[in-house]
Design a protein around this ligand. Structure first.
Ligand code: UDP
Ligand code: MG
Length: 138
């Protein structure tokens, strides 16, 4: 029996990358790595929405700056599908700090700093479902 393990994950192209018009280039990287973009939209969040999205980080010292940043300019939000999409997207993104990211990863290539690191990706299947609902439940 052939087992398929198609998953969905949430990806965000963050303000620093959208501002530099890197969104199409980054979308091509996802497609070239076997991801299907099932849904996508370009939006700008209110700060209160960014605070809700990143609530898991509310006790961290960087929380306020992070939410101000994510809501500072337009972002591109996508549902990506692939086998093991959550893990695969995290691998393709690279480490949170672009300085620590592997060669060939999106954050290594485009990230400016630990806060302006160009992309977000869900960190678990459970959080992927929550994050996809957050942006695409209608
Ligand atoms: N972040 C930051 N300073 C830090 C750690 C994280 O500004 O010291 C930001 C960064 O943009 C990161 C986001 O907060 O992408 C969420 O942090 P997390 O640890 O979940 O990293 P990720 O899952 O995005 O790799
Ligand atoms: Mg995270």
């Amino acid at each position: 029996m052939i087992m398929s393990n198609k998953e969905q994950t949430l990806s965000i192209i963050k303000p620093d990358a959208v501002e530099r018009n890197l969104d199409n280039e980054i979308k091509e990287i996802f497609k070239n790595n076997g991801f299907k973009i099932l849904k996508e939209k370009k939006i700008q969040l209110e700060k209160i929405e960014a605070e809700k999205f990143y609530k898991i980080h509310e006790t961290k010292p960087f929380y306020n700056d992070l939410c101000a940043y994510l809501s500072s300019a337009p972002i591109v939000v996508m549902v990506l599908e692939k086998e093991n999409a959550v893990r695969s997207n995290r691998d393709l993104m690279g480490a949170t700090n672009p300085n620590d990211a592997e060669e060939g990863t999106i954050r290594k290539k485009y990230g400016i700093s630990i806060d302006k690191n160009s992309v977000h990706g869900s960190d678990s299947i459970e959080n992927a479902k929550i994050e996809i609902d957050f942006f695409f439940k209608d």
